[in-house]
Design a protein around this ligand. Structure first.
Ligand code: ADP
Length: 630
């Protein structure tokens, strides 16, 4: 540890704090006050407090650079550990050790010299006088004025010298007592065992205890002798591991991570599940759109986004849907897919396996093998595609409330192991051959579906289109045809026949702990708008064939994401009907997309898009005022 960090350097601010403490004691000497009640009552500790008070009256020394750094960090609102990560040190500056000499008006060596000289010279003088009196037979109790003065001086200097050496002796006890007290403080007993002391920062006990050791580990990580990834397993403390990794990262890169929070996340909960080698977490605001009236129920939809206008716009869509009597969502399909690629020596052998897998007679056997992967995995379908002598086998299965990638992969592995008996010449190239197709735009998902396939519709009355959406049914229908259908066809879009489904899908995915990368296929959506009721009202629908969501596993179990799932009433596994929570979540995603499409399309139709973005994205104006004006 840096020596500077261990030196007590009171700053003017701290000195004034000391002064306040000192004067408050003078003003409030009542033994019943909390401060005094905590004071130890033994003479030894009373001496300590007296000496500490004296020490506090001394003028402050200028603060060291390290202390200034820490102070800056504190004034910036940082906590102890984040600033310690910046400096690489956790401040454990001891409180001042009081000295008896602090009370003397003259320098110590001068005072000592005076009293020593006085003591020995008067002793010498008195001995002389004593000898003279014995020789002259003068009674000893008959003393002159000078002898009396010499006796007083002898006693005074004796008391001083006894006091000096005696207090030094007592001092050694005090120091021991204080160091014991300090270690107690480090164990987190600050409140109970010490009176208010000036501290640069409040200690975080566990981190403070380990700081010197941590410093060594940081150095080892920086020089490469300890791998960064091994910190969690070596230390058994995930927060400490993240803190050390972060410090090492800042030192090796020379870049500050100031602004990236460290504390406030349960690092144990992400270990081996969600993120490796963490150094902090990113904050994303969560807004609420709703109520979304869907299938007769109201949902408040959490949306994690940094895009201004998005939540407000979706909220407006929800308002229009609500005022028109709500939306209806229908789940069309529910099945996660995985497609391994296997190779044979000939296309003929690959074809033989294709016929075997697609033969209904074999399906039951294969299902039993596949379903062993989980009590929630149920094989639904096997679809094959050939490219020469390579076979792509797309397995589809239901996965309960899990998004299901792990589950389906395990089932596929079971089947491949089984097939190896009858097709020993089958060469498994990869458990995923991209015919699945995960996290890539692919027609197979758009056509066949993946995860949950949902269609959601609503009829928005002419009145609401005018009053809430500030446009016309005709204008919306025309825009939808030319933008979402024709425009996307011109662009050669794959599943992108919508205005901004990905915006809503991503925001709800992040808030509820879904895999954001699956936004790619989950946002496949065709938005349809048609006039109904003699052309007066608007029928709007969104058809989304591959919404990939779960309410168990992955990021769904983290505290904040779990809270958002809870808000929607779909947290965790459904005990009554496994899979119903995930299916409901998919419906809410589709309903929210419907609201988002309705609002954005209306804004474009009314020529408001740029105007409202200027309001929400670029302006510093009060959001409440803006929202009320929509
Ligand atoms: P994924 O397959 O989406 O990656 P995980 O494998 O991480 O999900 O999580 C699924 C786990 O949750 C499985 O071990 C499964 O047994 C368990 N589980 C508990 N209840 C359910 C449920 N209702 N639906 C699906 N899985 C469940």
């Amino acid at each position: 540890m840096n020596a500077t960090a261990l030196t007590y350097n009171p700053t003017p601010a701290h000195f004034s704090l000391n002064a306040r403490i000192f004067y408050s004691r003078i003003k409030q000497p009542s033994p019943t006050s909390e401060t005094n009640a905590r004071r130890p009552s033994s003479p030894l500790t009373a001496t300590t407090h007296f000496l500490m008070d004296l020490r506090r009256r001394l003028p402050p020394k200028p603060p060291s650079a390290t202390v200034l750094n820490h102070q800056k960090a504190v004034s910036n609102g940082e906590n102890r550990s984040s600033s310690s990560t910046k400096t690489g040190l956790i401040d454990r500056s001891p409180s001042p050790v009081p000295k008896a000499s602090d009370a003397l008006p003259l320098p110590l060596y001068l005072t000592n010299g005076i009293f020593f000289t006085l003591f020995f010279s008067v002793a010498y003088y008195l001995l002389h006088r004593w000898r003279d009196k014995i020789r002259s037979s003068t009674p000893l109790h008959v003393v002159t004025l000078s002898e009396l003065a010499a006796i007083v001086s002898l006693i005074a200097s004796f008391i001083y010298l006894l006091g000096f050496f005696g207090i030094d002796f007592v001092q050694s006890f005090i120091t021991t007592a204080r160091s014991e007290e300090d270690s107690f403080v480090l164990e987190g007993e600050v409140e109970q065992h010490s009176e208010p002391k000036p501290r640069i920062m409040d200690p975080i006990p566990s981190l403070a205890l380990a700081s010197e050791e941590d410093e060594e580990i940081v150095k080892s990580v920086v020089c490469g002798s300890v791998p960064s990834y091994s910190l969690e397993s070596k230390l058994g403390d995930c927060l400490r591991a993240a803190s050390i990794r972060r410090q090492a990262l800042e030192r090796t890169t020379g870049r500050s991570l100031l602004g990236l929070p460290l504390e406030g996340l349960d690092y144990e909960s992400i270990l081996g599940q969600c993120c490796e080698m963490p150094v902090g977490y990113v904050q994303i605001p969560v807004g609420i759109a709703g109520p979304l009236l869907l299938n007769g129920c109201e949902y408040m939809v959490p949306m994690a986004t940094t895009e201004g206008c998005l939540v407000a716009s979706t909220n407006r869509g929800c308002k229009a849907i609500f005022a028109s009597g709500g939306a209806t969502a229908i789940l069309l399909k529910d099945g996660m897919t995985r497609a391994p690629v296997v190779r044979f020596a000939t296309a003929e052998r690959a074809s033989q396996l294709k016929f075997f897998l697609e033969d209904a007679i074999n399906f039951d056997t294969l299902s039993v093998i596949f379903n062993k992967s989980s009590r929630f995995a149920r094989l639904q379908n096997i679809q094959c595609s050939i490219a020469g002598k390579n076979l792509y086998i797309r397995f589809t299965c239901s996965t309960g409330d899990a998004m299901g990638m792990n589950m389906v992969s395990k089932g596929v592995q079971n089947v491949l192991d089984f097939l190896q008996n009858d097709f020993p010449d089958m060469d498994v190239i990869g458990i995923s051959g991209n015919f699945c197709s995960d996290k890539k735009p692919a027609a197979v998902n758009w056509i066949e579906g993946r995860g949950k396939s949902v269609v959601c519709e609503a009829v928005i009355t002419e009145d609401i289109v005018k009053k809430v959406l500030k446009t016309t049914v005709h204008g919306l229908v025309e825009l939808n045809m030319l933008k979402n259908l024709t425009g996307s066809a011109i662009a050669g879009s794959l599943g992108g026949f919508n205005a901004h489904a990905a915006n809503i899908v991503s925001a709800v995915f992040i808030a509820t702990g879904q895999d954001p990368a699956q936004n790619i296929e989950s946002s496949h959506c065709i938005t349809m708008m048609e006039p109904v009721n003699n052309g007066k009202d608007l029928h709007i629908s969104v058809t989304m064939p591959s919404i990939e969501v779960g309410t168990v596993g992955g990021g769904t179990q983290l505290a904040s994401q779990s809270a958002c799932l809870n808000l929607l009433g779909v947290k965790g596994a459904s005990s009554e009907s496994p899979g119903s929570n995930a299916r409901l979540l998919a419906s809410v995603v589709a309903g929210s997309v419907l609201a988002g499409e309705l609002s954005l399309m209306s804004a474009i139709a009314a020529g408001q898009l740029v105007k409202s973005h200027m309001k929400y994205n670029r302006s510093n104006r009060d959001m409440a005022a803006i929202a009320s004006s929509v």
